[in-house]
Design a protein around this ligand. Structure first.
Ligand SMILES: [Zn+2]
Length: 313
């Protein structure tokens, strides 16, 4: 089941001076992949529907560039594959534009006849096809791709994101919180379980001292662990982990220990470490992905030690 509905892009104009949206999408998509756009989709109704892009390749012998002729065919509305009649005289068009390669950019698939024809050409020039599945996989695999998808396929992207909430990529490893009793990772496939905070009240000052903080499955694991703590006279507080993963709840929940610390409540060193570990593990679920620029900044900061103001350890 595909996530992107290419019919969100209207059918090509039959004449008129407007550029077709599918061609503009092809241009932006190839630019996102790193191709340089040499010639934009042509304006006007002269039937010149191709884009020219340059790919720079660096190797031991220096830089070489490949000039690609891009042919866009938007047939998603009929659903038909792109045939040799739709994309004809490929070799002549490549030569006429002084190109070394051919890119078929299709919102459906290439017919088997066209695929065969392109394979036949591939001994003389480079050829590649971006069909609907390949385009979709590139769009959905990175924040920049999703950004582009949102612009051209707002409905499909919103629906897909709603079903595929993933923790933001912030740390080098996937966040994990293992149940203290059965060791199940409570953050996979999505957050579950509870965090439990055990404290005793100081009779004279009235302040709380948190001795133990852990996370576990609801139900049996929670009961097994609770029995032991209650026997020692501790009082529990708890929160559903999926609730803490809601951005607003997370922000409010973070205020609690800050307020408590300020009012004189205390934590055992181990409980305090667990609290920090929990906050860092849930944080990716309420945060957004870093943009490309921010990622570069993070890399820069990580190379600077913390005592000099960086993020290094
Ligand atoms: Zn468990």
């Amino acid at each position: 089941m595909s996530a992107i509905d290419f019919k969100e892009i209207p059918e090509a104009h039959l004449g008129g001076g407007l550029q077709d949206t599918f061609e503009l999408f092809a241009r932006d998509f190839l630019s996102y992949l790193g191709y340089e756009i040499e010639e934009d989709p042509s304006r006007g109704a002269d039937g010149g529907k191709d884009i020219l892009v340059i790919e720079r390749r660096s190797g031991v012998g220096g830089e070489t560039s490949v000039r690609w002729l891009v042919s866009c065919k938007h047939k998603a509305h009929s659903g038909a594959s792109v045939s040799t009649q739709d994309d004809s005289n490929i070799r002549d068009r490549i030569d006429a534009n002084s190109c070394n390669g051919f890119i078929g950019f299709y919102s459906t698939l290439a017919s088997s006849g066209l695929s065969d024809a392109l394979r036949g050409l591939s001994t003389k020039v480079e050829t590649q096809i971006f069909d609907r599945e390949k385009i979709e996989s590139y769009l959905l695999k990175s924040p920049d791709g999703l950004h582009l998808a949102k612009r051209y396929f707002p409905k499909s992207t919103a629906a897909w994101l709603g079903e595929n909430q993933k923790p933001a990529k912030i740390f080098a490893t996937h966040p994990a919180l293992h149940c203290k009793h059965c060791r199940k990772n409570l953050l996979e496939p999505k957050p579950s379980g509870i965090i439990v905070l055990w404290h005793k009240l100081d009779q004279t000052s009235g302040k709380a001292h948190y001795d133990e903080i852990y996370w576990c499955c609801k139900g049996n694991c929670d009961q097994m662990l609770s029995r032991r703590m209650r026997g020692k006279g501790y009082i529990d507080g708890w929160e559903d982990i999926p609730d803490v993963a809601i951005p607003l709840v997370f922000a409010r929940w973070m205020m609690t220990p800050l307020n408590e610390l300020n009012s004189g409540d205390t934590y055992s060193p181990e409980a305090f470490e667990h609290l920090k570990e929990f906050i860092l593990s849930v944080y990716p679920f309420v945060a957004r992905d870093a943009t490309q620029k921010e990622q570069e900044r993070i890399q820069g900061l990580t190379s600077i030690p913390a005592y000099l103001g960086g993020l290094g350890y």
